[in-house]
Design a binder for this molecule. Structure first.
Ligand code: FMN
Length: 253
C-alpha cells in the first residue's frame, strides 16, 4: 500500500537546475587536493539543513584520512587526503527514513559538486569507531560522504560503468520522453558497489515504479529517486512509496 510522500514539493524547484547539471559531472571522488574552504563549508552547512527530508539529518564532520582506511580493506580502497565528511543519519526506524536519507544525501552531494567540490558515498569502507559524532539513542549513521576539493577534475563526458538501459528499464522504448529522461538519470546515479539494483517498470501510460530487490538497498532507491526528480524538472509528478521502502511510484500529472 503506497502512501503519498513528503517528497512532493519539498525541494525548492528554483535550486534544482544546478543540481540536475551537477549530476552529469558527478563521479565518485576519493582523492582530494584540499578540504572545502571556509565559504564552501558554510554553504555545505546551509545545504545540509535545507535538504534534509523528515526522518533524517546530515551532520558535517572533520576527519583524518584514516577514517576511510578500514583495517581490512586498506589495500583495496584508495581514499587520499579526506579531511571532511558528511554523515547521513536516520533519526527513526521507519523504512521511509532510509529512502529519504538516500534522496537528501544525493541532493547534498550534488550541491557539493555544483560548488566545485567532489565526494563519494561510503557505507562500507570506513572505521565506524572513529566517526566521533554525537548521536541520539534513536539515531543511526547509514553512510558517510567523503568531501573535498578533487585532486583532478573528471574528463567529460564521463565514461561510466553502467548496465544497459534495457536491463534497468525493460519498458524504456514504450515510455514518453519525460519518463525516459528520468530512467536515464537513474542509470547514472551512484549505488553501493555499483550494483545498480533498480528496476523501472511502466505500470500505466504515465506511471512507473522504481524498485530495489533487497531491504538493504533502500538508500540506493532514494538516490535513484533523487535523480528521477531532478530529471523531471518542471514536469509535475506525484511520488509515493510502499510501506517497506522498496518500491517508489512516480505518476506524471
Ligand atoms: C550507498 C552507497 C555506498 C557506497 N559505499 C562505498 C564504499 O563503502 N566504499 C567506496 O569506495 N565506494 C562506495 N560507494 C561508491 C560506489 O562504489 C560508486 O558510486 C559506484 O561504483 C558508481 O561509480 P560512480 O559513483 O563514480 O558513478 C558507495 C555508493 C553508494 C551509493
Amino acid at each position: 500500500m503506497a502512501n503519498q510522500w513528503r517528497l512532493n514539493g519539498f525541494f525548492d524547484s528554483t535550486k534544482l537546475t544546478g543540481l540536475f547539471e551537477a549530476a552529469q559531472r558527478r563521479e565518485s571522488c576519493r582523492i582530494f587536493a584540499t578540504a572545502p574552504n571556509t565559504e564552501q563549508w558554510s554553504e555545505l552547512n546551509t545545504a545540509a539543513a535545507l535538504l534534509a527530508l523528515p526522518g533524517m539529518r546530515i551532520a558535517l564532520g572533520i576527519c583524518e584520512n584514516s577514517l576511510f582506511q578500514p583495517v581490512l580493506g586498506a589495500l583495496f580502497v584508495k581514499f587520499e587526503n579526506v579531511q571532511r565528511f558528511a554523515a547521513i543519519i536516520v533519526t527513526d526506524d521507519q523504512p521511509i527514513s532510509v529512502v529519504n536519507a538516500g534522496v537528501s544525501g544525493e541532493m547534498f552531494l550534488l550541491r557539493a559538486v555544483e560548488m566545485g567540490l567532489g565526494g563519494c558515498w561510503v557505507s562500507g569502507t570506513y572505521r565506524r569507531a572513529q566517526v566521533g559524532l554525537k548521536l541520539e539513542s534513536n539515531e543511526k549513521i547509514v553512510a558517510l560522504i567523503a568531501l573535498g576539493r578533487p585532486k583532478t577534475l573528471p574528463n567529460l563526458p564521463l565514461a561510466r560503468k553502467r548496465k544497459d538501459i534495457a536491463t534497468i528499464c525493460p519498458d524504456f522504448e514504450k515510455m514518453n520522453s519525460a519518463l525516459r529522461e528520468a530512467a536515464q538519470y537513474v542509470q547514472i546515479a551512484p549505488s553501493a558497489i555499483n550494483l545498480q539494483p533498480w528496476r523501472i517498470r511502466l505500470t500505466g501510460k504515465k506511471t512507473v515504479t522504481v524498485s530495489v530487490g533487497m531491504s538493504g538497498q533502500k538508500l540506493d532507491l532514494g538516490i535513484a529517486i533523487c535523480h528521477a526528480l531532478l530529471a523531471l524538472g518542471n514536469t509535475s509528478a506525484i511520488f509515493s512509496l510502499a510501506d517497506n521502502g522498496q518500491t517508489a511510484t512516480i505518476e506524471l500529472l
